[in-house]
Design a protein around this ligand. Structure first.
Ligand code: FNR
Length: 180
């Protein structure tokens, strides 16, 4: 089971990165999670297409997501939404011929050092990804509150939060299996 992860914060020490890089360590057996880069993509611009074809980095991302069994989008919350870097990646991928997001089992995971866990970012992502046909796990969200108290050495260290993340990876695996 191959999963692509997108990290919606570019800074090296991002809590989002720490959350996402915890996932391969706690993934259920048989689930491989690989992060894809999105920070280097140009801003969406039709004029960058050459004979209709998007830039090579966009084509590579679209193909990578299309080939994966599932997607995990990890994000902080910026001004009660998700950062532009993710929107840009989604906008590009949504227009590519693979239609990589259509029917794609997807887990959205947000975090915040504050008390709301980026839940508005979480639901904005759900709204935007659903237009392209992404399919989401049901029965709860990953929205980690006060993440600064739950990380150490670049990973989520709090045992309860690791269990919480793990249970949602299980839900993603179930969704992938049910989707066939
Ligand atoms: C924030 N932050 C923030 N936090 C939050 O819970 N809700 C919000 O609406 C915002 N808005 C916001 C806007 C901008 C432009 C920045 C830079 C930050 C704080 C944010 O949660 C905090 O900086 C996190 O550490 C960002 O995530 P990473 O980079 O650590 O993954």
């Amino acid at each position: 089971m191959k999963i692509v992860g997108l990290i919606g914060s570019l800074r090296k020490a991002a809590f989002t990165r720490q959350m996402m890089e915890t996932l391969p360590e706690i993934a259920p057996e048989g689930m491989q999670i690989e992060m894809a880069q999105i920070g280097h993509l140009p801003f969406y611009d039709e004029d960058l297409r050459v004979e209709g074809e998007a830039p090579a980095d966009v084509r590579a991302l679209s193909r990578k997501i299309a080939a994966a069994d599932g997607l995990i989008v990890g994000s902080p919350e910026y001004n009660r939404s998700f950062p532009a870097v993710i929107k840009n990646a989604i906008d590009w991928v949504s227009k590519e011929p693979e239609k990589a997001l259509m029917g794609k089992p997807t887990l959205i995971a947000t975090q915040s050092p504050g008390q709301l866990g980026g839940i508005l970012s979480n639901y904005h992502l759900r709204q935007v990804l659903s237009v392209s046909g992404a399919v989401f796990i049901t029965g709860g969200e990953v929205a980690i509150t006060r993440i600064g108290e739950k990380v150490a050495d670049g990973r989520v260290s709090d045992p309860e939060t690791r269990d919480y993340l793990r249970s949602h990876l299980d839900k993603l695996a179930d969704l992938i299996q049910r989707q066939g």
